[in-house]
Design a protein around this ligand. Structure first.
Ligand code: ARG
Length: 581
């Protein structure tokens, strides 16, 4: 059971025994001087019962102090009950956790759900941009976190593989395509062609009209156009697969926009039948102002939500409504998370509102995230001085190159012991991990500055620091000829640094659950950083290999548990750990 759940139950029981009322109210105080956990129930109850909160808190405090888990309980402030856990109890929990090799000390949720996570979703025939990078990193971590706590998760890559750009692409390829350049670097060539085609379309209405007709032909299933489109998809897929392999990102489904093409007329019909969409100058749209049951914020909105253009073509919006239906009816999911850039929030608000108006029982969440900024504080440019897009792979290459330079420094300073042939592999793990950690350690809603030097640092809150902390703990075991997997305690907490580390380790299961529930991987980053720091203080203050046998056994188990949380926690972030560095 989660520690917080257990303490919550303990608190609820104490309240019930002493007051006859039910009021669960466990808080974790931000200030550790106020104890490990805090109960605020007495204040709420006092209002309800018309009593003095401090007087109500006193018997609750006494009841709680009876329990072996509680070292002391104190009434504080207007009626808080501050709990300090008993070291012996913490130590016993950690000893149990050390033996839980299967679940790594993370209990399962009581009611598992089937959840689809829609993430990455790059567009065909275009390079991935940094927004897709964030979505891939955050989505992969959420997928691992939600699986870890016991949900059934389907990762779905909703590729932008349909829509108006393909008419232009087809025309462009026929008018400006350069087979030799395509052979060399197909994606770059497709981008060049697309740019030319879209300029030609703007300059020349006939070209635009021809593109529109090519699109209509494609959507009707024309053989030649279909073959071209399939080519666009497959060259893009090839590049994406390389990228996902580097990023260690995995999808169960690849249902892009095109997968919903056949369902789109039905979606528009359904929206019309339910009185949600209507015709306007040949197009079909949802006019929010006219829909009584629409959310108030949308009813104020002038702009309608277009679901079919006057030429009959469907929109991004239409395919997203079809996707919601599919995820409910065919995939039988209870919940869908959309890991997409904050700028698409108006789009998702409208899609979600339609789903609700259609009574589709699928919980929908937009897992929004901020922008990656460059040195100048403006959105990170993915174009070079010539206006060409810099592929994301170049960004990863640079991180790996800088990681390699840091490793070389570490070797020179004798902090890192890697043989020359091990360096490239390690640089890759460290460089990619650094990019991911730099992204995940922020609250995803914030923007952040992309700073190579900070991200590849072996000190401070950075990926390499945590990977190094993990490898360093493992090196203690090799030095002592001990097998880390066998270190099971029993754990005893005596030294203050040991107690501090133990208290932090106790939170792992709760932290993983909070990160999963709140869809906030940075909570897990904070925990891992905390563990690495507390381990370092402990190791600086306490002998481990040289200690008396019982203490040695305990400290080895405490070290092994720290290492395991670091490794497993990094795994949940999508980051690999190196056993040796
Ligand atoms: N292809 C979209 C883009 O690049 C992202 C897709 C997000 N998922 C969705 N179901 N709309 O902006």
């Amino acid at each position: 059971m989660r520690i917080e759940t257990f303490l919550d139950q303990l608190g609820t029981q104490a309240i019930e025994q002493t007051t006859g009322e039910r009021a669960p109210a466990l808080l974790r105080p931000a200030n550790p001087a106020h104890g490990d956990y805090q109960l605020n129930a007495a204040m709420a109850l006092a209002k309800r019962l018309g009593k003095n909160p401090r007087e109500l808190a006193e018997p609750i405090r006494q009841a709680l102090e009876q329990h072996p888990a509680i070292e002391s309980a104190a009434v504080a402030g207007p009626g808080f009950v501050n709990l300090t856990l008993a070291n012996s109890w913490i130590a016993a929990r950690l000893t149990e956790e050390a033996a839980d090799v299967e679940r790594n000390g993370v209990p399962q949720v009581a009611t598992p759900e089937k959840i689809v996570i829609d993430f990455s979703g790059p567009n065909i025939a275009k390079q991935m941009h940094v927004g897709h990078l964030r979505s891939t990193i955050i989505g992969e971590s959420l997928q691992r976190l939600l699986r870890c706590v016991g949900h059934q998760v389907l990762g779905d890559n909703h590729l932008g593989d349909w829509g108006t750009q393909f008419g232009l692409m087809i025309m462009g390829q026929r008018s400006f395509g350069d087979p030799a350049a395509y052979e060399q670097n197909p994606l770059q060539e497709l981008e060049r062609v697309y740019k030319l085609a879209s300029e030609a379309g703007k300059a020349n209405p006939e070209f635009q009209e021809a593109a529109r007709q090519e699109l209509a032909k494609l959507q009707r299933g024309d053989g030649d156009n279909r073959a071209l489109w399939e080519q666009f998809v497959s060259v893009t897929r090839r590049e994406l697969d390389v990228m996902y392999e580097r990023l260690d990102a995995h999808f169960d489904l690849w249902l892009g926009e095109s997968a919903y093409n056949d369902a789109l007329p039905g979606v528009v019909q359904l929206l019309e039948d339910k009185g949600l969409a209507r015709e306007d100058q040949g197009a079909k749209a949802v006019f929010w102002k006219e829909i009584a049951a629409a959310p108030a914020t949308l009813k104020k909105q002038e702009a309608p939500f277009l679901v079919q253009k006057s030429d009959g073509a469907f929109n991004y919006a239409t395919s997203d409504v079809a996707t919601v239906l599919y995820r409910h009816e065919k995939l039988q999911c209870q919940r869908a998370l959309y890991v997409v850039d904050a700028r698409q929030s108006p789009h998702f608000q409208q899609v979600f509102a339609l789903a609700q108006l259609l009574d589709i029982p699928l919980e929908l969440e937009h897992i929004s995230f901020g922008t990656i900024l460059g040195d100048d504080g403006k959105p990170l440019k993915t174009r070079d001085v010539h206006g060409n897009t810099v592929p994301l792979s170049a960004l990863l290459d640079e991180a790996v190159r800088r990681a390699e330079a840091r490793i070389a420094e570490g070797i020179a300073e004798e902090k890192i012991q890697l043989a020359p042939e091990e360096v490239p592999g390690a640089a890759n793990v460290i460089g990619i991990g650094a990019v991911k950690y730099a992204d995940l350690k922020q609250n995803r809603n914030s923007d952040y500055k992309f700073d190579y030097e900070k991200m590849v640092s072996f000190s401070g809150n950075a990926g390499p620091y945590l990977q190094y902390a993990y490898a360093r703990i493992r090196s203690i075991f090799s030095k002592g000829d001990e097998v880390i997997e066998n270190a099971r305690g029993p754990i005893d907490l005596v030294d203050p640094t040991e107690v501090a580390l133990g208290r932090a380790l106790l939170r792992y299961g709760d932290v993983v659950h909070q990160a999963a529930e709140q869809r906030l991987p940075h909570l897990l980053c904070d925990h891992l950083y905390d563990i690495a720091g507390k381990f370092s203080s402990f190791y600086g203050a306490c002998r481990v290999l040289q200690a008396e046998p019982a203490t040695r056994t305990s400290r080895l188990a405490l070290s092994a548990l720290s290492a395991r949380q670091l490794k497993h926690g990094l795994y949940l972030l999508g980051i690999e750990a190196l056993d040796r560095m």
